[in-house]
Design a protein around this ligand. Sequence first.
Ligand SMILES: Cc1cc2nc3c(=O)[nH]c(=O)nc-3n(C[C@H](O)[C@H](O)[C@H](O)COP(=O)(O)O)c2cc1C
Ligand code: SF4
Length: 464
Amino acid sequence: MVKLILKDIPDFHKIDVYEKNGGYQTLKKALGMSQQEIIDEVKKSNLKGRGGACFPTGMKWSFLAKNDKPKYLICNGDESEPGSFKDREIFEKNPHQFLEGVLISAYALGVKDAYVYIRGEYWRWINMMEVALADAYKKGYVGKNIFGTDFSVNIHIHSGAGAYICGEESSMMNSLEGKRAYPRVKPPFPAVIGVWGCPTIINNIETLTNIPEIVKNGGEWFSKIGAAAHPGTLLFGVSGHVNKPGVYELETGTPLMTIINDVCGGVKNGKQIKMVIPGGSSMPPLTREECLTMKMDNESLKAIGSAIGTAGVMIMDEDTDLLKVLKRITKFYYHESCGQCTPCREGCGWMLRVLDRIDRGEGRQEDLDLLISVAENIEGNTICALGDAAAWPVKWTIRKFRDEFAAKIPKHAVTIPILNKVHGVRKETDGFNILKQNNENEVVVSLMGKVQEDLNDESVRYSG
Ligand SMILES: Cc1cc2nc3c(=O)[nH]c(=O)nc-3n(C[C@H](O)[C@H](O)[C@H](O)COP(=O)(O)O)c2cc1C
Ligand code: SF4
């Protein structure tokens, strides 16, 4: 099995061990190449971004505006998506390969200042990166006239304040500028107008850590590893109901069941899989049947309407309460929405309230369609992709596991107001069989017999 990042070499995070294993020699090689030659190798490698959107890195680099303004590189280490915990592993186990990737990329892109943006709560990894960066400065790999050439670059570590939205590239730029982390409307894209109004490339930590291997061995070599359309390895962060959760580097296209059974020791207590989220909480989930044949690369997942995201794989066994899972995920996005766009700001709270009433046993027959409809009205209608991230789990979990959600909704039950807003007071709820009184204005009633007619009554439609 090819290991490009987590190489299992003891103390590899230390600069002298990294150097003994050929560390920083690819930077030397790169400085002997032209900038375009490096970009061409990255294009040839077909490396796709590891931050979630799977965008081709070489293509992104080629969009960098060619003008007189300074160019910036931002390394995205915000890693706040629930279920994603692989960039931290790089900071801890292989920080110098990441820094070498930043240096080579900075040279190729004509960057003089690169920023490593790390989520504020990750102080442990911020400290580790500060040590690694100081060591690299001391050895002369970062700073002025690197390897005696006229290439100079500074790398700055910047800690965020712990908001998921800061991981979105345009809000990260606002955050770096000291502003509130609101995502920006695109276009213009960062490669044209980015941080401080200058052309900027933003890449994920894992993406950049692959660069030294590509420049060392050639783009074509890299393009032949793993799945053809999404080559290389991925750091799969596996969590949930498996015996050995953890971060595992595996080739793209590795079968999901190999990851679960052979790498992670199988599902805990010999249970069956109910659902798997393949790439961080925002990615559409897989049913057990889909898991059995699924290969873990973006193209294979796209074929069934999902995506690889951050390769944060969450395994849920047959006993998992999917309503509770969906409520928890939705609560996260509701909390993290920056509030700029109405569909995201209002829709996330709306979905959460509906899920919550189903969980309280007060769900209405129309609620599942309502949830899908709210999700579809968020999707594609917002400034940034947090809206999609909130909508997809709701829409797809309900579509794929509808029976489980429907079973939580009392049959023949509906919530109605006691006080009829249109016609005045409803007298002792007019023959409805009261199941539960919610509060002084609202009751849950059983819809039996003659009461069905009342569904056409305005008052019922005004309920809630
Ligand atoms: C709400 C939101 C949060 C994001 N969080 C991260 C993150 O923590 N890390 C990351 O690399 N990309 C994150 N992204 C994706 C970035 O906007 C961007 O696409 C990525 O950093 C580009 O790097 P790549 O091309 O190397 O994948 C997030 C996107 C959204 C919409
Ligand atoms: S989609 Fe949500 S998080 Fe993104 S800009 Fe709009 S309100 Fe903010």
